[in-house]
Design a protein around this ligand. Structure first.
Ligand SMILES: Cc1cc2nc3c(=O)[nH]c(=O)nc-3n(C[C@H](O)[C@H](O)[C@H](O)COP(=O)(O)OP(=O)(O)OC[C@H]3O[C@@H](n4cnc5c(N)ncnc54)[C@H](O)[C@@H]3O)c2cc1C
Length: 395
């Protein structure tokens, strides 16, 4: 069986690479993961200027219908784009908008919602955030308590969200709120869209493990959300949310980011092989690097496989969580191996002149810890693989 990309797909990959080389600043190294863009002002500004350029090329949402700013291109091509963006650490992708909200609106949005929201997402003109998790509702998301009371033409929303990535940057949020407190846990929840400038919305920073401000607490105090911003049926938000979470889990970006970091470590070993041969066991280093290369290749195929399933129009119910667990844990393994090989100087942080590879390995070592939590923890993904994939009982 031939798993190769078609000539057109390979040509498209080259087109992306040429564009990135032309458009990114000379000597571009970029940041190790997309959250850095939310944290660092300069990177954020660059990303917001870069996004409309990607939108103009029609690449941000290339698999979407032309009517909504897409190009009706294949999921495979979209995956190639995501992979090259992540590998080259290019900024400007709104993961919550393009990757989660857009596909969900395509499935459940009204014609008016599609018209209003999809094209600005595809053109890179707007930035979204996700308001799902709450202090008492993470893995058990259906325990959420944020209340949305039906007031006829609008909902009155009160409550709190937590870990809102990019909440301080976003113009819009998609959120889940309880609209029927008497219904059972998974029922009585609704999915709605919130303009972050609405009175009563307060965003407070939460600092992450690397000391950066990527996520937030978001508070709602009598926030009015117009009824026209309800997505799907009232009280049926759980159906909408579960589809969205599968879009969230299908990314190949994790493997591409890890592959880039490993390539930098390999290059460092090549350049410093004499020094490393004296100070450490080069045979052990070779074994560790080769093992990571094997795993990265496996992770890549998993990511491609998910897009193949999506291309057929199917939902990757168990394949997406498989890819999520493997890719997120692999980022940690690669960073771990990088730290072992590079030695104590790799522990220095970005900004130190002594930090090996500009502190990027240590940065990923710390920030990758969140990868096995965000978007659903590895344990929850394994539960999904067991129930949806293997047909085992829920509990
Ligand atoms: C980097 C990052 C970005 C994030 N961005 C966002 C965002 O933008 N918007 C948003 O809404 N949320 C966001 N989150 C929140 C994320 O979705 C939650 O952290 C995640 O769902 C886990 O919830 P929790 O933190 O409450 O942990 P808990 O649910 O309290 O879990 C604690 C531990 O118990 C385990 N556990 C819980 N239930 C089970 C079970 N049934 N079986 C086995 N083990 C179980 C978990 O795996 C975990 O190890 C983000 C998180 C991170 C780390």
């Amino acid at each position: 069986m031939n798993f190769a990309f078609t000539k057109e797909e390979e040509a498209f990959r080259q087109e992306i690479l040429t564009f990135l080389k032309q458009e990114l600043p000379p000597g571009w190294i970029g940041a190790t993961y997309y959250e850095d863009e939310l944290e660092q002002e300069e990177l954020w500004e660059l990303g917001r200027k870069f996004a409309p350029k990607l939108g103009q090329k029609g690449w941000l949402a290339m698999a979407w219908p032309k009517a909504y700013g897409g190009q009706e291109r294949s999921h495979i091509e979209q995956t190639l784009f995501k992979e090259e963006m992540a590998y080259n650490r290019a900024p400007g992708v709104d993961f919550a908008g393009v990757g989660m909200c857009g596909p969900t609106l395509m499935m459940y949005g009204t014609p008016e919602q599609k018209k209003k929201f999809l094209t600005p997402i595809a053109k890179g003109e707007v930035f979204w955030c996700q308001g799902f998790s709450e202090p008492e509702a993470g893995s058990d998301l259906a325990s959420l308590r944020t209340k949305a009371v039906d007031k006829g033409d609008h909902f009155l929303v009160n409550g709190q969200k937590v870990w809102t990535s990019g909440g301080h940057r976003a113009q819009w949020m998609f959120l889940l709120a309880r609209t029927d407190p008497d219904a059972s846990k998974h029922k009585g929840i609704s999915f709605m869209l919130l303009d972050m400038k609405t009175p009563g919305v307060e965003v407070r920073p939460l600092m992450n493990i690397v000391g950066g401000h990527a996520f937030n607490e978001t508070f709602f105090d009598n926030v009015r959300i117009p009824k026209e911003n309800l997505v799907g049926k009232q009280n049926d938000g759980w159906t909408v949310a579960t589809s969205l979470l599968n879009f969230e889990r299908s990314g190949i970006e994790r493997v591409a980011s890890a592959r880039r970091l490993l390539d930098e470590v390999i290059e460092f070993v090549r350049e410093n092989k004499k020094r490393l041969t004296i100070s450490r066991d080069i045979e052990v280093i070779k074994q560790k690097l080769a093992e990571m290369v094997i795993q990265l290749q496996v992770g890549r195929w998993m990511g491609y496989h998910v897009s193949y399933i999506q291309q057929k129009g199917d939902m990757p119910w168990s394949e997406a969580p498989i890819s999520k667990v493997f890719g997120s844990e692999l980022m940690q393994r690669v960073a771990n191996v990088g730290m072992e090989i590079l030695g104590p100087y790799a522990q220095l942080e970005t900004g130190s002149k002594w930090a090996t590879l500009g502190g990027r390995v240590s940065h990923m070592y710390q920030s990758s810890l969140g990868r096995t939590l965000g978007g659903g923890t590895s344990e929850i993904q394994r539960n999904l693989i067991a129930t949806k994939g293997l047909g085992l009982p829920r509990s």
